[in-house]
Write a protein that binds this ligand. Structure first.
Ligand SMILES: [Zn+2]
Length: 59
């Protein structure tokens, strides 16, 4: 599964194993891209943990 990278300069999202050398939208270097797919998955897992904790508290 390809990772997702977001340009922190203009917000352009690129899909691929590695970030592009240059942002196709604003032309900034690939060093400005941050990986977003993993962060998103981690947040989903965290939300799941929170809802489980919530259920326990309600019992
Ligand atoms: Zn950009």
């Amino acid at each position: 599964m390809a990772a997702k990278w977001q340009c922190k300069v203009c917000g352009y999202v690129y899909e691929g194993d590695l970030p592009p050398q240059r942002c196709p939208k604003c032309g900034m270097s690939g060093a400005n891209f941050i990986k977003i797919a993993e962060a998103h998955e981690e947040r989903l897992k965290h939300e799941e943990d929170l809802s489980q904790a919530e259920k326990k508290r309600l019992k």
